[in-house]
Design a protein around this ligand. Structure first.
Ligand SMILES: O=C(NCCCOc1c(-c2ccc(O)c(O)c2)oc2cc(O)cc(O)c2c1=O)[C@@H]1CCCN1C(=O)/C=C/c1ccc(O)c(O)c1
Ligand SMILES: [Ca+2]
Length: 484
């Protein structure tokens, strides 16, 4: 369950938060496939509660009404079409599975597919679920429960959401059927939302009943779904992520918290020389890593002060480090712009999501940020693909916030987060020749629109990174995007 099953040579997934299925299919074919992205995490695919009372907040999609594949992103036919088109260009699809709970108790009771329910009676006829499928007695998780009481964190309601009992055969069957249907359609795996709120033993039963991935979509025979469990665990809670790593991968929230702190200047970059488990992070193969996600980019979830698209230079620096360093399996966030942390995606006045527009400079419009289309970000995806599983060697730092390292003899990267310029002759570990810095520009024919780096026969090169430059990163590699 810890293998993403990316197509060969691909390493990185992007969370296309709130994108519609038809738009994701198009993005796979016009951008993600050609640019070497490994996969897409999509927003929840099953019918959710319609909350006009809160102007259709982003979190309404985390309140299931049924397991019917009909949401504001599209219907089952559009979903099926998207999975096929993305798999055809080597881009995998991962579904955000909301299996801990159903809805909260609201005055409205209609779902995105027209189904209704009676929350006060724990009555969800479109599944169907009834009172016996939910935990008893009724209780709601309090702040203190996270520290004291692992059983309450699992058996009581998270944020007043009706809490399913995954310990019963009937509930397990409903969940397994929902997930196996998606596997049949060609998905490569799942994000298990709120995994901390479900018993590991129950999750293990559910995972083991999932079918192998569909070989008709290019997966090898016997391939198990990639499963990464959302466990927000920054320490001193009753529930530990170590209860979940024996089962499958886990979201490593400390990763984004520590790198945000470092690139915001709270920690010197030189301390990143031993980045990884030495920092208390999960084993690399167990960790789904990210700088920000849909929840903490709004300051809701873990980690407090997380870098987002709103601090572009520092954000690009942290993302570049995530992609340059071998630790973990990275996920990029791709969002819509927001000021109100409750706001849902751009929509028309009937509540239909507005598609991202693609500008002539390849950026997005219509309120979509499309971080994955920022040149400095997609170029580092190509860097990560190129350097593969080569090791970090030749670490250099200036004792403060200027660092550099090699990835085998395939890639070299330098960072300057000090207030003064970096100007050094450094070992790049690369074959002698000329390279274009893929951050300050790109290769155009036999020229570089940004910096051009000449590597000598000893592998050394003159590296400059001015403190006032647009970006704090310089990166070169042996792939065609960089090597002249
Ligand atoms: O103030 C709120 N919620 C209470 C504090 C955040 O608690 C939530 C957590 C949560 C937060 C921190 C933890 O350590 C933890 O174990 C759980 O996970 C959720 C997962 C869901 O699928 C749906 C939810 O409504 C929540 C949720 O409300 C607002 C209004 C309702 C939704 N919401 C939110 O803030 C929604 C947040 C949300 C939604 C989806 C997620 O996947 C997520 O991680 C957070
Ligand atoms: Ca639960």
């Amino acid at each position: 369950y810890k293998n993403p099953h990316y197509a060969s040579g691909r390493t990185t997934m992007v969370h296309l938060f709130e994108w519609k299925w038809d738009d994701i299919a198009a993005e796979c074919e016009r951008f993600l496939g050609p640019r070497g992205f490994g996969g897409v995490q999509v927003s929840p695919v099953n019918e959710n509660l319609v909350l006009w009372s809160h102007q259709r907040p982003w979190w309404e999609r985390y309140q299931p009404i049924s397991y019917r594949l009909v949401t504001r992103s599209g219907n089952e036919q559009q979903f099926t079409n998207m999975v096929r088109r993305c798999n055809n260009v080597g881009v995998r699809i991962y579904v955000d599975a909301i299996i801990n709970h159903m809805t909260g108790t609201w005055s409205t009771n209609t779902g995105t597919g027209g189904s209704t329910a009676n929350f006060g009676q724990w009555h969800y006829p479109a599944v169907p679920y009834g009172r016996n499928d939910f935990n008893f007695p009724h209780c709601v998780i309090t702040g203190n429960d996270y520290r004291c009481c692992a059983d309450r964190v699992r058996n009581c309601e998270l944020s007043n959401l009706k809490d399913l009992n995954q310990g019963t055969e009937y509930v397990r069957t409903q969940i397994v059927n929902f997930m196996n249907h998606l596997i049949r359609l060609g998905v490569a795996g799942f994000r298990i939302d709120a995994a901390k709120h479900m018993w590991p033993a129950d999750l293990r039963v559910i995972y083991d009943r999932l079918h192998n991935l569909n070989t008709a979509h290019g997966f090898p025979a016997g391939a198990r779904p990639y499963i990464y469990q959302e466990v927000i665990d920054l320490g001193n809670e009753a529930v530990s992520r170590n209860e979940y790593t024996p089962l499958a991968a886990v979201t490593e929230f400390r990763f984004g918290m520590e790198l945000s702190r470092a690139f915001k200047g709270g920690n010197q970059l030189r301390w990143l020389f031993n980045w990884g488990t030495a920092w208390g992070l999960l084993a690399s193969g167990d960790a789904l890593t990210f700088i920000d996600n849909h929840d903490n980019q709004r300051g809701h979830g873990a980690g407090g002060d997380i870098l987002t698209y709103k601090q572009p230079k520092q954000y690009r620096g942290a993302i570049a480090f995530m992609l340059a360093h071998p630790y973990g399996r990275p996920q990029l966030m791709s969002s819509f712009a927001f000021t109100n942390t409750e706001a849902g995606p751009p929509m028309d006045n009937s509540g239909n999501i507005i598609s991202p527009s693609i500008n002539s400079d390849t950026s997005c419009g219509n309120g979509w940020v499309c971080e994955h289309r920022w040149r400095q970000i997609f170029s580092m995806v190509a860097f990560r693909n190129r350097v593969g599983n080569t090791a970090v060697t030749n670490w250099w730092d200036n004792g403060s916030n200027q660092i550099a390292f090699c990835r085998g003899n395939q890639g070299f990267v330098a960072f300057n987060n000090d207030y003064w310029n970096l100007s050094q002759t450094l070992q790049t570990c690369l074959p002698a020749g000329n390279y274009c810095d893929i951050i300050s520009g790109w290769k155009s024919g036999n020229n570089c629109t940004g910096k051009r780096i000449t590597v000598g026969s000893d592998g050394r090169a003159s590296i400059t990174l001015g403190a006032g430059e647009y970006d704090m990163v310089l990166a070169i590699h042996t792939g065609t995007e960089s090597r002249l």
